[in-house]
Design a protein around this ligand. Structure first.
Ligand SMILES: [Zn+2]
Length: 62
């Protein structure tokens, strides 16, 4: 199973080589916490994190 990495720019979590949200390849294997965002319009978490694309996000990326 591929290890999940978190984007340093937008915190999206992916198993791919590039971020599915912002297309950045600046991914970190060191991250913690996970948030699932389905509805960016209604989600308070999405507003707090300023995410605009439904995806999986890390709470903390180092
Ligand atoms: Zn990203």
């Amino acid at each position: 199973m591929a290890k999940e990495r978190a984007c340093r720019k937008c915190k999206a979590v992916t198993t791919g080589k590039v971020c599915p949200v912002c297309k950045s390849s600046d991914l970190s294997p060191d991250w913690s916490g996970i948030i699932l965002v389905f509805d960016t319009e209604k989600s308070l978490v999405a507003k707090t994190l300023e995410v605009k694309t439904p995806s999986k996000y890390a709470l903390k990326v180092t």
